[in-house]
Design a protein around this ligand. Structure first.
Ligand SMILES: NC(=O)C1=CN([C@@H]2O[C@H](COP(=O)(O)OP(=O)(O)OC[C@H]3O[C@@H](n4cnc5c(N)ncnc54)[C@H](OP(=O)(O)O)[C@@H]3O)[C@@H](O)[C@H]2O)C=CC1
Ligand SMILES: O=C([O-])C1=[NH+]CCC1
Length: 335
């Protein structure tokens, strides 16, 4: 393992992105997401993603410099056309108007169109909770996941993130794929030569497998059987056709076998409890705290608790990157 400070990681990621021609706004925004993933111990969406970003660029499947365009579409609808670039800059461009609309309307949505998406969703949900908003985010990916009862890939790994603001405490946030595990997690098992748990994937004939490559080439499975399957379908619909963008099957067709990051849309919903509840907001948000106390009170943990703890540790002690990944990234500095 290679030990690095977070500043080292940021410098390395930014240097690679610049070296390959990304414009400065994309360098900054994409690097911030990758470093945040590594910092918070989300290795499936940390520096491991950097070679994929460059491969996507080389395949001609992401714009390195397109500027996002923001449209004020309706009293509670913001649209951002990413023009084929990674989603981060589009999110930053649309967020101020999303927040303004959520505050004035009580609820608002940001539809990002024509973006390339490789990242976790919590980096988008967290800043909204920091502004006192409840937030939800969804995006389809590539058709890798079989519906419950089927054996052929149809859905993306289709993550759902939810954030709830808490006074004087880090927000309550969960963020997970609707597949049993993110595809990145299965690929990390492959890279480490480790088997995957039963229930994550099946082979091409629909037989259960613990071999990561067999699952990647066969089909991934949804979490929670028909329940995860229905949620995956919901993500396809509300972050695909509902916002005029691609389904995971369409994204995979657009990919043309290049194994690039998924292309399509992302839906972010922001809700302002203050606008809904007025003077009663503080009292009701305080009542909500009983839910978290009820979880913690029986020895269970909150989602994101591990992530926040990893953040404190990484900021103090830095992070450790597998040597093979580090060397792969170093090679991108000369190639
Ligand atoms: N852009 C894209 O298309 C895609 C992105 N992704 C991203 O991949 C990431 C990982 O997804 P996935 O593999 O499904 O993640 P996990 O199955 O690891 O679940 C992650 C969530 O569950 C929480 N959690 C895990 N264990 C517990 C526990 N014992 N008690 C309470 N909460 C728990 C995590 O909190 P904590 O972090 O604190 O452990 C986190 O909020 C996500 O960030 C997702 O956005 C996934 C698919 C597609
Ligand atoms: O891990 C995953 O499933 C994905 N991460 C980005 C696109 C899909």
């Amino acid at each position: 393992m290679i030990h690095m400070t977070l500043e080292d990681v940021r410098h390395l990621v930014e240097t690679v992105l610049r070296r390959h021609g990304f414009s400065e706004p994309h360098v900054q925004a994409v690097a911030a997401t990758i470093v945040a993933g590594e910092r918070d111990g989300c290795t499936s969406h940390g520096v491991y993603r950097l070679p994929g970003c460059i491969a996507t660029l080389r395949a001609g499947k992401v714009s390195p410099d397109a500027a996002p365009e923001v449209f004020d579409s309706a009293p509670s609808v913001v649209r951002v056309d990413a023009h084929g670039a990674f989603a981060q800059c589009a999110f930053h461009a649309g967020m101020p108007l999303l927040v303004e609309k959520a505050r004035s309307q009580g609820i608002a949505m940001l539809a990002i169109n024509r973006c390339v998406h490789f990242s976790a969703l919590w980096p988008e949900v967290e800043p909204l909770t920091e502004r006192g908003l409840v937030a939800l985010a969804f995006t389809p990916s590539h058709a890798w996941v079989a519906p419950a009862g089927g054996i052929r890939p149809l859905f993306g790994t289709n993550p759902i993130a939810f954030g709830w603001p808490r006074a004087d405490k880090p927000p309550f946030i969960f963020d997970f794929a609707t597949s049993a595990a993110a595809r990145g997690e299965i690929d990390l098992h492959r890279r480490a030569g480790k088997p995957i748990p039963l229930g994550w994937g099946i082979d091409k004939d629909g037989q259960p497998t613990t071999d990561p490559l067999t699952a990647l080439n066969g089909a991934m499975l949804t979490f929670g059987g028909h329940k995860g399957s229905a949620l995956a379908a919901m993500v396809e619909l509300i972050a695909g056709p509902m916002i005029g963008d691609l389904t995971s099957a369409e994204s995979l067709a657009f990919d043309e076998g290049t194994k690039s990051s998924p292309y399509g849309g992302e839906l972010i919903i922001a809700i302002d409890p203050q606008r809904i509840l007025g003077a009663e907001a503080a009292r009701h948000l305080q009542r909500a705290e009983a839910v978290f106390e009820g979880i913690l009170g029986q020895g269970a943990r909150l989602p994101s608790q591990r992530r926040y703890e990893a953040r404190v540790l990484s900021e103090r002690e830095g992070v450790r990157i597998p040597r093979a990944l580090y060397e792969e990234i170093q090679a991108l500095l000369v190639a």
